[in-house]
Design a protein around this ligand. Sequence first.
Ligand SMILES: [Zn+2]
Length: 320
Amino acid sequence: MPQFTRRLTRSLAAVALLVGSTMLGACTTNAATGRTQLNLLSRSEEIQIGQEAAPELIAAYGGRVPSDQLQSYVTDIGMKLAAQTEGENPSLPWSFIFLNSDVINAFALPGGQVFITRGLVERMDNEAQLAGVLGHEIAHVTARHANNRLVRQAGLSLAAAIGGVVIGSDEDLQLLVNGLVTGAGVYALTFDRGQESESDQLGMRYMAQAGYNPSAQLEVMRILKDASSGPRQPEWLSTHPLPETRIEQIQELLSEEFRAAASNPANQLYRDRFQSTMLQGLNALPPAPAMTLRDAQFIEQWIAEHTECECHEHGSVSAR
Ligand SMILES: [Zn+2]
């Protein structure tokens, strides 16, 4: 068989295999976004990926804040927001982890693991801001953004297979697909701008439904913007691009979709109880340990390993 034909046959076999693999994942309508999406990962796979990845990330971020009361405060708000999510999402095994780290960050893993650092919470001044960040992270989970990135990544691999560049055999392709699926945990940590905007919008929906004023989402962006003009870039920037367009989009949402919610006196900021419980509680604790260089390198490597050919536009994790 001429080489070209052989390569074409091999490529077609690879395509058939990949299509076969992807067909194993179901095409469903996402209850949060209303969009049809191909799911390479089942919900139980997402949950497993999140739960397996969580312990080493918690350790790298200095463990949990050493206060059951403050951890419960975060969990209670998170659960109130998770109850507002669509479809079967409220029944996910949600977990809200308050990290004892002075870095400024929040992130989510597939299946319901949401993380927020003390460094970020200490810069807030009301509970609605905390709800805004948690709502944004919850939205990455409900919109299944990690899954969508995986599908895109598989699409890139498919293009490579058709070009006959990467794939040597069907087994190689299967290995590649398996690798993509098992590596999916960290796909959770970096998202594109469209996904960030979608999470801002869904997060505002969840917070408004839970009785918070969605204008606090704009305050969160300003906190992050202020922090990013300081001597140290917040780690948030490495996982959450913060272009001006995001601020503009939130302003637009506040004047349109969430106009009524933002002016409804029932939706509050809950400044007093945040100050008296959260901020005073944090003040009474020893300061969060600074991230060690080893932990920073671990996190950076963890993100890099699982984002393969995706480009990292924004900063990196740094230790002080
Ligand atoms: Zn995000």
